[in-house]
Ligand binder design. Structure first.
Ligand code: NCD
Length: 305
C-alpha cells in the first residue's frame, strides 16, 4: 500500500485493493504460513462506539498473526470520561502500539487522529463517514463469488448515514461495476458522495423501490437504518421497516443473486432469507479475519505492493 494510514476508501486504487484481496486469498489458503509473522507487535483497539464484528475480527486477525492487542475499553472506563481529547488519547496510545484501530462517532475523527501519530491508523468507522476495512472484506466476498468487473450491484437502505455504503460505493469506481442505489428520498447518498461518484465516471442509478431493478442484480447489499445518527426520532420510525426483504421478495431475483449486509441487522432482512442460497452475510462477516490479517500484514510490514 502506498499509504501508512487507511482512512477512506477513496485512497485505495485498484492495485491496492487487489493486493490486499490477493493476500487475503493466500492467507485463507495457508493460515499457518502467517501465524507468527508479527509476534512482538501490538495492535491498539480504540473504540469510542459499539462494535462486535469489527473489533473482534481485528483482534482475531492480530492474534492469528502472532501479535498482541490492547484495548482502550469502554469510554466509561477510560480517561475520555475525564474529558481527555481524542488527539491526546491517540498520542498516548501510539507509545504503546505499532498500529491503531479507531472507531469514533465524529466524521473526520480518523483523519484528525492520523495527523497526530506516526503509527498506522485504521479508520474502523468515523460517524457517518467511512469504513474502509469493511469495504475490503465486502469486496473480497463479492470477488470470490462474482468477480469485481461486469458487476451489477444494488445498495439499499440508509445511504445517507451508512458509512459502509460510502466506502463501498467509492471503492467500486475502480471496477467495471454498475451501482443501483435504493433508498427513500430522505436517505439518498450524501451530495458529496454523489459528486465523487459522478466525477469518477461511475455508472450510477438511484431508485426509491427495489422491485424494478432486483432481477438485474448480481449482488444486493442491504443496510440498517442508522437510528443513532438520525437527528429526528419520529423520522426514524416513519422510515424503519420500509426497506425490508424476505424470501418472497427474492423470488423475483436471479438464482445467483448474493445478498450481503455489513451487520448488525435489525429487521431489514427477514430470517427466512438465511435459509436461501442467496444469503452470504455470515460468510461476509467471517471474511473480516483473513482480510484484516492481510491489511495488518501490509500496514505493519510496510509493504509497498
Ligand atoms: C457497520 C458499521 O458499524 O458501520 N457495522 C460493521 O462494522 N460491520 C454497519 C452498521 O452499524 O449498521
Amino acid at each position: 500500500m502506498r499509504q501508512d494510514h487507511l482512512i477512506t476508501a477513496t485512497q485505495l486504487s485498484r492495485p491496492d485493493i487487489e493486493a490486499v484481496l490477493d493476500r487475503a486469498r493466500e492467507i485463507d489458503g495457508s493460515r499457518e504460513a502467517f501465524e507468527q509473522r508479527y509476534s512482538g507487535s501490538v495492535l491498539a483497539l480504540c473504540f469510542f462506539e459499539p462494535s462486535t464484528r469489527t473489533k473482534m475480527s481485528f483482534e482475531t486477525a492480530a492474534k492469528r498473526l502472532g501479535a498482541e492487542t490492547i484495548d482502550m475499553g469502554s469510554i466509561e472506563s477510560s480517561s475520555v470520561k475525564k474529558g481527555e481529547s481524542l488527539a491526546d488519547t491517540v498520542r498516548v496510545i501510539e507509545g504503546y502500539a505499532d498500529a491503531l484501530v479507531l472507531r469514533h462517532p465524529s466524521e473526520g475523527s480518523a483523519k484528525m487522529a492520523s495527523e497526530f501519530v506516526d503509527v498506522p491508523v485504521i479508520n474502523a468507522g468515523d460517524g457517518a463517514g467511512q469504513h474502509p476495512s469493511q469495504t475490503l472484506l465486502d469486496l473480497h466476498t463479492i470477488r470470490e463469488r462474482h468477480g469485481l468487473d461486469d458487476l451489477t450491484i444494488g445498495i439499499m437502505g440508509d445511504l445517507k448515514y451508512g458509512r459502509t455504503v460510502h466506502s463501498l460505493a467509492s471503492a467500486l469506481t475502480n471496477f467495471d461495476a454498475t451501482q443501483h442505489f435504493i433508498s427513500p428520498e430522505s436517505l439518498r447518498l450524501p451530495r458529496s458522495v454523489r459528486f465523487d461518484l459522478h466525477e469518477s465516471g461511475a455508472q450510477v442509478r438511484e431508485h426509491t423501490e427495489l422491485d424494478a431493478v432486483l432481477p438485474e442484480l448480481d449482488v444486493l447489499y442491504v443496510t440498517r437504518i442508522q437510528r443513532e445518527r438520525f437527528p429526528d426520532e419520529n423520522e426514524y420510525h416513519q422510515i424503519a421497516g420500509e426497506y425490508r426483504i424476505d424470501a418472497d421478495t427474492l423470488s423475483a431475483a436471479d438464482p445467483d443473486l448474493t445478498v450481503m449486509h455489513p451487520l448488525p441487522r435489525v429487521d431489514e432482512i427477514a430470517a427466512d432469507v438465511d435459509e436461501t442460497s442467496h444469503a452470504r452475510y455470515f460468510e461476509q462477516a467471517h471474511n473480516g479475519v483473513p482480510v484484516r490479517m492481510a491489511l495488518l500484514d501490509m500496514l505493519l510490514g510496510g509493504d509497498s505492493a
